[in-house]
Structure formats: structure tokens, C-alpha cells
Design a binder for this molecule. Structure first.
Ligand code: PLP
Length: 379
């Protein structure tokens, strides 16, 4: 049995090595390292895949969120609502721009923003909502978009963990994660579902005017060279990364299918096991398993379980151990534990198993047997 890792980027690379190497060599041979034609080509291919008018690449997923907020013209003190249970990047940029992050608890089944609590958090100062499509599954976008429409709020979808997932509306319309709100943002960090060989990110936009502003912000606030209409940033996807991504995009559906198959295996293995709950798959969203995250019963000692797995050569991770409302960096936006019971529970009881495109049945059986062995010995 091969070495088990949380993600296996090497194994994935070796299967398409020739194709990737030749595309990277092409970039090197032409030395078009910045804004080479491969960047535009990849943007076109991704916009066709997602069925969205504009894909604008940038330096990373955190930049994409920041550029989105800047392009929408949010002003100092405007309130931006997002989930308490996510990676720090989502709120970091809000605070960085002098906007006020407002955290909301998540749904106990999907771990995405709780709709009722979201509605209660809206005030006259609220200007935007950032739903996070966590672990590979879409937040419940239909009611989020309805609330946004009613209160005239922008919606920025943080799609860093869900590129390729789709959401089905009650009228049967199917849309890709990141294409339902005003702007979708994503990350091409190597371990994401669509990852490059370094840092990368992108914004997905329907509206032509918003797309223009996004392009300007990402490019030093300029439309015409050396004419700067606004304060922007410098955030670009390297041509080499675009070349890699353009190859990997062709395999994205296949990769996501492999992740789902691995999740099916785990689901079956843990279905009737006391002590763990398998991830809930929402009715209106596909799940592309950026992470495979289990919730342990309160009596299970998570640290001991993870140590036991580690002793058997099985890595595991906790995404995320500390809620945002308790992070020191949140300053005045820090919150009271009582307002976030679900996030509190999840942070103390979730743990994620190896999940990637190269897992084989032997590895998965060894992993699930080991989890079950621990649970049955520690009842
Ligand atoms: C990875 C991630 C980001 C940030 O992406 P980077 O490319 O690392 O900047 C933002 N939000 C979420 C939910 C993420 O998982």
C-alpha cells in the first residue's frame, strides 16, 4: 500500500506529466511570463465551463475576495455578513478594507451560513453577504439571493473550495458555484479542487460593468496604460500557472468524480458506526468534497483519535479548530460563544480524513478500519 497523504499532488501530476510539461515549456520558450496568451485562453475556457460571462484571473483567492469588495465600491464602515465557520481569508479582507465583518453561525448539516440567522443579522448598514461554499458544497443560494434582492445587498460567493460544484434552484435551473451572485471568487492554491503549481485565483462575473471594474482594480486601477482612475492593486495569475490550469481544467469533472467516489467509500464504511456522523449532502447542491469531514460524538476524544491514526501512518486534520468569532485578529468583531452554538460544536468535534483524486480502495479501507478500530476500543 502506498504512503497515505491528505492530498496527493504528485500522483495526480505524474498521470498528466507530458501534457503539463509541454505546455509549461511553451511558456518558457516564449518568455511571456506575465499576461501571456495562455492567461486569456484559460479565462475563456473556464468561463465556458462555468457558463459565466467573465472570468478574471488574479494572484490568489484572498486577493480575489479583496478585489471583489473594492470593485463593488463598498465604503468604510459598511457591514459585510459572512459565516463564522470558514478560513480567515474571507473576513480578513473585509476588515483590511475598513469594512465591518458581521459573523453568522452555520447550519448544522451543511456547515454553510444559517439562513434564519443571516436574515436577523441584516441591518440598514449591511451592504454585502459573502456565502462560503464550504468543503465542496454550495451554501443555500436561493434564499440568500432572495434576501439580498429584498435588502439590496451584493452577494460575493467564496468558491475557493467548490469550483465545479453546482446548485439547483426550485424552478430546476442549475448553476455553477460562484456564478449565482454578483461576483464569485476562487483560489487555485495547489490543494484546491482546481489547483495550480503555486498561487492563483480568479473572479467570476456576469455583469459587464462590474467585470470592467474588477479588471481595473486588479490592474493598478487602470484601463488605459498609465491612466489610473482609481486606487487598485497588482494581482495577476502567472502565465505558467494559467498553462497548468488550462490542462487541469479538462480533468476537473473527472477529479471531482474521483473525490465523490472516495467520499462514497467512506460514507459506506462509516454509515452504521457509533461515534461518527458522515457529511450530509444537501438536496440542492452537488458535493465535490474538497474535504471529507466527519463529526464525532461528544464522547469521542478527537486528539486521541488523531494521534492513533497518526501512529498508523494516517494523517488527519481539523478544519477549523477555532471559530472566527474567537480569533484575536477579529478585534471588536469578536463575538459571544452563545451566538454561535453550531460553529462552537463543529470546531470541537469535526475532523477531516485524507481526500484527493488518487486515493485507492486499499488505502481507504485501511483508513476507515483504523477509525472504526479506535472507536470500538474507546466506547
Ligand atoms: C483557500 C481559501 C481562500 C484563500 O485562497 P488563497 O488562494 O490561499 O488566498 C479563501 N477562502 C476559502 C474558503 C479558502 O478555502
Amino acid at each position: 500500500m502506498g504512503h497515505i497523504s491528505m492530498v496527493d499532488l504528485k500522483g495526480q501530476y505524474y498521470k498528466i506529466k507530458d501534457e503539463i510539461d509541454s505546455k509549461m515549456q511553451e511558456v518558457i520558450d516564449t518568455a511571456a511570463f506575465i499576461k501571456g496568451p495562455q492567461v486569456r485562453t484559460f479565462e475563456c475556457h473556464l468561463s465556458r465551463y462555468l457558463n459565466v460571462n467573465h472570468v478574471i484571473t488574479c494572484g490568489n483567492g484572498t486577493d480575489a475576495l479583496q478585489i471583489a469588495l473594492m470593485a463593488l465600491g463598498l465604503k468604510h464602515g459598511d457591514e459585510v455578513i459572512t459565516a463564522d465557520f470558514t478560513f480567515i481569508a474571507t473576513v480578513e479582507v473585509v476588515a483590511l478594507l475598513g469594512l465591518k465583518p458581521v459573523l453568522v453561525d452555520v447550519d448544522p448539516e451543511t456547515y454553510t451560513i444559517d439562513i434564519e440567522k443571516l436574515e436577523k443579522a441584516i441591518t440598514p448598514r449591511t451592504k454585502a453577504i459573502i456565502p462560503v461554499h464550504l468543503f465542496g458544497q454550495c451554501a443555500d443560494m436561493e434564499p440568500i439571493l432572495q434576501l439580498a434582492h429584498k435588502h439590496k445587498l451584493f452577494v460575493i460567493e467564496d468558491t475557493a473550495q467548490a469550483t465545479g460544484a453546482t446548485y439547483t434552484f426550485s424552478d430546476g435551473t442549475v448553476m455553477h458555484a460562484g456564478t449565482m451572485g454578483d461576483i464569485g471568487t476562487t483560489s487555485f492554491f495547489p490543494s484546491k479542487n482546481l489547483g495550480c503549481f503555486g498561487d492563483g485565483g480568479a473572479l467570476f462575473v456576469k455583469d459587464d460593468n462590474i467585470a470592467d471594474r474588477v479588471r481595473m482594480v486588479a490592474n493598478h486601477g487602470m484601463k488605459v496604460r498609465y491612466h489610473h482612475d482609481m486606487i487598485g492593486v497588482n494581482s495577476r495569475l502567472d502565465t505558467l500557472q494559467a498553462a497548468v490550469l488550462d490542462v487541469k481544467l479538462k480533468y476537473l469533472d473527472q477529479y471531482n468524480k474521483a473525490r465523490c467516489a472516495a467520499a462514497d467509500f467512506y460514507d459506506n464504511a462509516f454509515a452504521d458506526v457509533a461515534g461518527v456522523s458522515i457529511p450530509v449532502r444537501a438536496e440542492n447542491s452537488t458535493h465535490i468534497f474538497h474535504q471529507y469531514t466527519l463529526v464525532l460524538d461528544a464522547w469521542v476524544n478527537r486528539d486521541d483519535l488523531m494521534k492513533f491514526l497518526d501512529s498508523k501512518g494516517i494523517p488527519s486534520m481539523v478544519y477549523y479548530p477555532i471559530p472566527l468569532h474567537r480569533q484575536e485578529a477579529m478585534g471588536i468583531a469578536k463575538g459571544n460563544d452563545r451566538d454561535f452554538p453550531v460553529t462552537e460544536m463543529l470546531c470541537s468535534r469535526v475532523f477531516s480524513l485524507p481526500m484527493h483524486t488518487e486515493l485507492d480502495a486499499e488505502q481507504q479501507k485501511y483508513i476507515s478500519d483504523s477509525v472504526i478500530e479506535f472507536l470500538s476500543q474507546n466506547k
